[in-house]
Ligand binder design. Structure first.
Ligand code: OAD
Ligand code: ZN
Length: 260
């Protein structure tokens, strides 16, 4: 740990508004593969080439096969201590703290609903910059659908189709070369620019525009805290770099009384 947990806690304690930005690293301890680094999804060229609009036009069955596999992997994973302590913090500081995630695995959402308790009408849900693995979207008219069930990837004819226009559905995620939803990114940017503290967890900080959000906090004279076992391009620009896994450090940062 190169920064002090104590000082980071103090910063958070004084902050009126806090924004969190998370990446694949927060889900690593839940068993979800990250994109880069050892065991990363993008280490296989083939996977990277499947996450594009061109690949879907060329061979939608193959792209769906890969996403059906990822849905299966993530469906067997559960939120870890990092997701859960973050969800409790967001719930306790509703209106003051916002979570922006690059993850499509839905684990923050599961944690939010779990920690808000049964029947809470408004769990503190994340802004999902890159979409969700567990939603379908029409590749033509853009309508978003709840998946009807497991995708049958045996042939193009068995792939799911839009109930409105009949075109092929695709996973509701952002692919290489596609823009982010301007409404979602706009809300994330406003949250980052208005925050006194931005906590960046488990992201390599290489993919823009998500990686620019901590800089928006800094530009508005806020502080940035990073949680990551490795150095990233962001490290030298942050106030506190806490080195270690998110599932261990987030509870210690956000809930010192529970973890003392
Ligand atoms: P990456 O796979 O690029 O980076 C994962 C980061 O998590 C690295 O910096 C690791 O050091 C860190 N890490 C690993 N284990 C950790 C742990 N236990 N606790 C905390 N951190 C840990 O993932 P992202 O930065 O999320 O975009 O990738 C950004 C975007 O690139 C993804 O959303 C995806 C990808 O292309 C799209 O698909 C649009
Ligand atoms: Zn449609």
């Amino acid at each position: 740990m190169t920064g002090s947990l104590e000082e980071a806690r103090r910063l958070l304690g004084h902050a009126r508004r806090v924004v969190f930005l998370t990446g694949a690293g927060i889900s690593a301890e839940s068993g979800v593969p990250t994109f880069r680094g050892p065991g990363g999804l993008w280490n296989s060229r083939r996977a990277e080439e499947l996450a594009t609009p061109d690949a879907f036009r060329r061979d939608p069955r193959l792209v769906w096969e890969w996403y059906a596999w990822r849905r299966g992997v993530v469906a067997s994973c559960a939120p870890n201590a990092g997701h859960l302590s973050l969800a409790r913090f967001l719930h306790a500081r509703r209106g003051e703290a916002i979570l922006v995630t690059q993850n499509v695995d839905g684990l923050h959402r599961v944690a939010a609903i779990q920690e808000a308790g049964e029947g809470d009408p408004a769990p503190a849900l994340p802004l999902e910059l890159h979409g969700s693995l567990f939603r379908d979207r029409c590749s033509e008219c853009g309508v978003v659908h709840e998946p009807a069930g497991p995708v049958d990837t045996r042939a193009e004819a068995t792939l799911p189709r839009c109930g409105v226009c009949g075109s092929l559905l695709r996973p509701d995620v952002v692919w290489f070369g596609e823009p982010l939803d301007p409404g979602v990114f706009g809300a994330a940017h406003r949250a980052a620019s208005g925050a006194d503290v931005c906590v960046v967890v488990g992201t390599s900080g290489l993919v823009h525009p998500a990686a620019s959000l901590p800089m928006a906090t800094r530009a508005a004279r806020g502080s940035v805290i990073e949680i990551n076992p490795e150095e990233t391009p962001l490290t030298r620009r942050v106030a506190h770099a806490l080195r270690g896994p998110a599932a261990e450090l987030l509870p210690r940062l956000l809930e010192p009384d529970r973890t003392a």
